[in-house]
Ligand binder design. Structure first.
Ligand SMILES: [Fe+2]
Length: 208
């Protein structure tokens, strides 16, 4: 049973994950302690066959879901006490995101189906992470292949891009706070400009 009995229960594996994260916060751990510890429980949740089955019911429309650039996320859960959220995302084959950060938020990005490359970048113009600049120079530092079962761990202000493979990618994303509550940077390599925005639109959807 969820702690909050006013909402409909989600799948048991999702409820188990939520209650694990809530218990980490209840122990008094800080965000930089909680989120690394939440990766293994998220892996376990994504191994659950009911979770994989549920992803087949996720809508691929409105068309903004999974499109290049400023796409939308499904919003399954927002914690009433600690603010973290569970999102879903279906990306079209060969979709490429912008180069961006996730602002102050922590992100656990778990692939359920498909696969993609995550490219990491660093600023080489002397600017500091955590800024909201008008211009910045970024250079690629590494590429990680992300496949089902892998959790990509994105710290606040980490600069990255995701290049989808030849099929659609289905992902569950846990964020330390809901998109729309913090500012993110988008870095344009073509002219080194930086744009700020409030992240993907959030489309409420039931995980159960
Ligand atoms: Fe991202």
């Amino acid at each position: 049973m969820p702690d909050d009995t006013r909402r409909p229960p989600m799948l048991p594996a999702v409820e188990a994950f939520v209650s694990t994260v809530r218990s980490l916060f209840k122990q008094g751990l800080s965000a930089d302690e909680v989120w690394p510890k939440a990766c293994e429980p998220l892996k376990e949740m994504l191994r659950d066959p009911d979770v994989a089955e549920h992803t087949k019911t996720w809508p691929t429309s409105p068309a903004k879901l999974g499109l290049e650039g400023k796409h939308a996320n499904l919003l399954f859960y927002e914690d009433p006490d600690y603010g973290f959220v569970i999102n879903g995302l279906i990306k079209k084959a060969n979709a490429k995101t912008t180069i961006h950060d996730h602002g102050v938020s922590w992100t656990l990005y778990g692939v359920v189906d498909g696969g993609e490359q995550v490219l990491r970048f660093k600023r080489t113009d002397g600017g500091e992470l955590g800024e909201l600049p008008k211009t910045a120079v970024v250079e690629e530092t590494e590429t990680v292949d992300v496949s089902p079962g892998y959790i990509d761990f994105i710290k606040p202000w980490d600069i990255h891009a995701e290049y989808n493979g030849h099929g659609p990618t289905v992902a569950v994303i846990v964020r330390s706070q809901r998109c729309g509550t913090y500012v993110q940077n988008i870095f344009y390599k073509k002219d080194n400009t930086v744009e700020q925005y409030y992240g993907p639109d959030q489309i409420p959807f039931a995980f159960g």
